[in-house]
Design a protein around this ligand. Structure first.
Ligand code: HEM
Length: 207
């Protein structure tokens, strides 16, 4: 089995979780209470000890194998889709490393419920929005684009229209979804009142 085949298999586990996870964030468009209720129900599945260990091992493997594939093919890579696949994958590696470390630290070290407010806090304490807006926006776009690029190699015998669409459609849809999630977190679609204990993680006094 090649590294590429293993990377693809582990991607399926992460993609299933991630699409469910994005649906969770979109549920926030109905209201923060809906986002939190959705997450609490979903946690019954992904916080199951076995499921979570498998998911986190897949994340660790995906980051390592992804960066290896990006670097290994650096000189031979030619064309728009191969570079889009490599760059979106490299960003996802960076994002997953930072995101999962932050979530686990919040949970284990800070003893926080890593819910909607944990993610939203960074959007409400200047200057952190300058980091978090592009950070989350690009994560959603990179995820869909990367999956679109993977699908591209499966439709090589189809028309040019199909080959372009499998990359362009998910990428285009993800821009709309990412924008909505970021605006929601930033409190631009409805007021978001981040509790003091979450703002405190960015050095804001609890008083
Ligand atoms: C739209 C932007 C995103 C936001 C606001 C966000 C927020 C969160 C939050 C709040 C948690 C904690 C969940 C919990 O405590 O139950 C979490 C966990 C996680 N997120 Fe995200 N996330 C985003 C995008 C992504 C993407 C695109 C991926 C994958 C490519 C991802 C992968 C993960 C993973 C693997 C975990 C850890 C799950 C666990 O074991 O508890 N996230 N995220």
């Amino acid at each position: 089995m090649t590294l590429r085949t293993l990377h693809r298999s582990s991607a399926i586990v992460i993609a299933v979780f991630a699409l469910f996870h994005i649906t969770n964030h979109l549920a926030g468009l109905v209201g923060v209470a809906t986002h939190i209720a959705f997450m609490e129900a979903a946690r019954v599945v992904y916080r199951n000890l076995v499921v979570e260990i498998v998911l986190l091992l897949c994340v660790a493997f995906q980051v390592g194998s992804g960066l290896t594939l990006v670097l290994r093919g650096w000189r031979q890579r030619r064309g728009f889709v191969p570079w889009l696949q490599a760059l979106s994958g490299a960003y996802l590696s960076f994002f997953l490393l930072v995101h999962v470390s932050a979530v686990l630290s919040g949970r284990v070290l800070l003893n926080l419920d890593t819910n909607f407010y944990f993610a939203a806090a960074g959007f409400h304490v200047p200057p952190y929005p300058y980091f978090f807006v592009p950070y989350y926006f690009l994560a959603v776009v990179a995820l869909f684009t990367h999956l679109g690029c993977a699908a591209y190699w499966q439709v090589q015998d189809r028309s040019r229209w199909v080959r372009v669409s499998v990359v362009a459609v998910p990428a285009g849809v993800s821009i709309v979804l990412a924008l909505r999630i970021v605006l929601l977190m930033a409190g631009k679609l409805a007021p978001v009142d981040v509790p003091a204990k979450y703002r405190a993680t960015y050095g804001v006094s609890m008083q």
